[in-house]
Design a protein around this ligand. Structure first.
Ligand code: AP5
Ligand code: MG
Length: 216
């Protein structure tokens, strides 16, 4: 199954992608995680995207598209994959269409997580993640067993540097102007399903599995 997860920053795409990847046994491909990994490793790409991400802007399409194309050339995508945070512009969506054609593959569904804007700011300001394994928590909605420490690794949890209030506001504006129009793009192609992003993570997962015809 080939899935795209859409939704504003903080909607729960990463949280849901991890749950879906485990349920469907297909890889979770997050362009945000890939860029953060490059930053952490200090690669040339990481240096290029650092300032853009910290300001809440979008990385240029050509840079993002090249990274995704390379990722989709790996053998682990043979059984399907979940794209989280990509595509984010109409140009990226058109590029992905071409890559899928060249792979002889077809998108199954674009799932859009719907959530009121007021809730997003709280989700992002309360988010903490594990620098070692990438697990994502929320200080009140999804806290670790021990405050400030990863359940799996025990590592001290960190806050993303783009989760500061002023950067969050820019990310939300970028979403509204450049990414939200993709809902129409996929709706017109008969591929869009909207799922409520509110409720507990396992309730949101169950709703997505229903629209994907995978409810158990
Ligand atoms: P990216 O990493 O993709 O960030 P984003 O889209 O802004 O989304 P987030 O990761 O902030 O939110 P999410 O929807 O994954 O929510 P999460 O599950 O963490 O991109 C970062 C940057 O990279 C971009 O700004 C850009 O610069 C660059 N970039 C990436 N892709 C790009 C592209 N294609 N083109 C150009 N540039 C690109 O949940 C949020 C919080 O809520 C967590 O604390 C979580 O625990 C909590 N939570 C989740 N679900 C629930 C629930 N059901 N109930 C209560 N709390 C919940
Ligand atoms: Mg995410």
């Amino acid at each position: 199954m080939i899935l795209i997860l859409l939704g504003p920053p903080g909607a729960g795409k990463g949280t849901q992608a991890k749950l879906l990847a485990s349920k469907l046994q297909i890889p979770h491909i997050s362009t945000g995680d890939m860029f953060r990994d490059h930053k952490a490793r200090g690669t040339e790409l990481g240096k290029t995207v650092d300032a853009i991400m910290s300001s809440g802007g979008l990385v240029p399409d050509d840079v993002t598209n090249a990274m995704v194309k390379d990722r989709l050339s790996r053998p682990d995508v043979a059984g399907g994959f979940i794209l989280d945070g990509y595509p984010r512009t109409t140009a990226q969506a058109g590029f992905l269409d071409q890559v899928l054609v060249s792979m002889g593959r077809k998108l199954d569904r674009a799932v859009s997580y719907e959530i009121a804007q007021e809730l997003l700011v709280d989700r992002m300001s309360g988010r903490r993640s594990c620098p070692t394994c990438g697990a994502v928590y929320h200080v009140t909605a999804n806290p670790p067993r021990t405050a400030g420490a990863c359940d799996r690794e025990g590592a001290a949890l960190v806050q993303r540097d783009d989760d500061k209030a002023e950067t969050v506001a820019r990310r939300l504006r970028e979403y509204d102007s450049k990414t939200e129009p993709l809902k129409r793009y996929y709706h017109e192609r008969g591929s869009l399903s909207e799922v409520a992003g509110t409720g507990a993570p396992d309730e949101v997962l169950a709703a997505a599995l229903r629209v994907l015809g995978r409810a158990s």
